[in-house]
Ligand binder design. Structure first.
Ligand code: KIV
Ligand code: ZN
Length: 391
């Protein structure tokens, strides 16, 4: 049995992810995604924000019914209506979590809520107490925690835990923090709460630091990461589930933690999400992008063909990608071309490969990426013994 600390994966693809532009899903689509998330082994699934729409209410209700063994969370602002609506949607769930939140930073208190720190503190405590009447498992989030004064934040954290919150989430709502600073903040709150509550992190990617911040927080004692498939979410998105999980898996020497994620399902989860929303990950996205396991440069292809680990730190099968790709383009070398010719069924000798390689580089200078059909055509046109096959 491994002694490494367990980090819980709280997936919010169906809530924070779904509420961002181009990502809305019907109840049926959310159910399909939820099924994949259960296969993936997420610890918690945030299924929606029931007060926000009828669809969100139905999605939380349907997911709670369909997946009774899973922990399902529903979001609620720190007020009675929201909490009661979340509790109602979670009624069929066997392991419900009410996730209630209120902003705590001066900027949000002054401009958005127009409330004093004392008022917000009291509302946070009242919200947690009310949520506990409906569920044993209550999470409290201090929205914009990273722009909140630390003394006040600690006061709120202690108060909501006293009121019954089991998890305290400290979101970097606007993606403003940097890893060392976030680690200090999390370390302080972990110390203040001890073993009375799990400290959770929820990072947005406005500066491209969501994964780094989440990992720094785990190193400082956080034990729940809130994240999404393909990193979807408000603005620049949330911490990407596949990236944070694979960083822990691949660099377990530096990050000695474990998650319950069955990583072989990552690619399929990413593809399914792409088919349900209006965009997919960019091609060079880590782990699940189309180029994440593609090699074009000749030196890389040559090294890869001699020994995969020269240029790959992850076996693509570990994340469910069937195989790496050798892309033939103007940077490719003879080794990759020879391998492709073999794969296409052309057993060319050294002279023939030289000839086809010359023609291939001429073509590659003119266009981006060369297809298998174009390579077959080149061979048939220029290698005498295959000429007869040209129509
Ligand atoms: O980014 C954020 O602060 C949130 C909270 C509601 C958890 O999404
Ligand atoms: Zn968020």
């Amino acid at each position: 049995m491994s002694q490494t600390a367990r980090v819980y994966i709280f997936d919010t693809t169906l809530r924070d992810g779904e509420q961002s532009p181009g990502c809305s899903m019907t109840v049926g689509e959310k159910l399909r995604m939820a099924y994949k998330l259960t296969e993936l082994g997420v610890d918690l699934m945030e299924a929606g924000f029931p007060i926000a729409s009828e669809g969100d209410f139905e999605a939380v209700d349907a997911i709670s019914r369909e997946f009774p063994w899973v922990q399902v969370a529903a979001l609620a602002r720190a007020n009675t209506l929201d909490i009661e609506r979340a509790a109602k949607a979670l009624e069929p769930a066997r392991r419900p979590r009410i996730h209630t939140f209120i902003a705590t930073s001066d900027i949000h208190l002054h401009y958005k809520l127009k409330k004093s720190q004392q008022q917000v503190l009291e509302e946070a405590v009242a919200a947690v107490q009310l949520a506990r009447r409906y569920a044993d498992d209550v999470e409290f989030s201090a929205e914009d925690a990273t722009r909140t004064g630390w003394d006040y934040l600690e006061q709120i954290c202690r108060a909501v835990v006293e009121a019954g919150a089991r998890t305290v989430n400290l979101p970097d709502t606007v993606g403003y923090s940097v890893p060392s600073e976030y680690a200090d903040l999390i370390g302080r709150m972990v110390k203040a709460l001890g073993d009375k509550a799990i400290v959770s992190v929820h990072c947005h990617d406005d500066l491209g630091l969501a994964v780094a911040n989440s990992l720094a927080a785990v190193q400082a004692g956080a034990r729940q990461i809130e994240c999404t498939i393909n990193g979807i979410g408000e603005r620049a998105g949330n911490c990407s589930l596949e990236e944070v999980v694979m960083a822990i898996k691949v660099r377990n020497d530096q990050l000695p933690y474990r998650t319950g994620i069955v990583t072989e399902h990552l690619y399929e989860a990413s593809r399914l999400l792409t088919s349900l929303i209006t965009f997919g990950p960019q091609p060079n996205k880590a782990i699940v992008g189309e180029n994440a396991f593609a090699h074009e440069a000749g030196i890389h292809q040559d090294g890869y063909l001699k020994e995969r680990t020269t240029y790959e730190i992850i076996d693509p099968k570990t994340v469910g990608v069937p195989e790496s790709k050798l892309v033939l383009g103007k940077h490719s070398g003879r080794h990759a071309l020879k391998k492709r010719c073999d794969d296409l069924g052309f057993d060319l000798g050294a002279e023939e490969i030289n000839l086809v390689y010359r023609k291939f580089t001429e073509m590659a200078d003119r266009k981006k990426g060369i297809t298998n059909d174009e390579i077959s055509d080149l061979i048939r046109q220029h290698v005498v013994r295959y000429n007869h096959a040209v129509a």
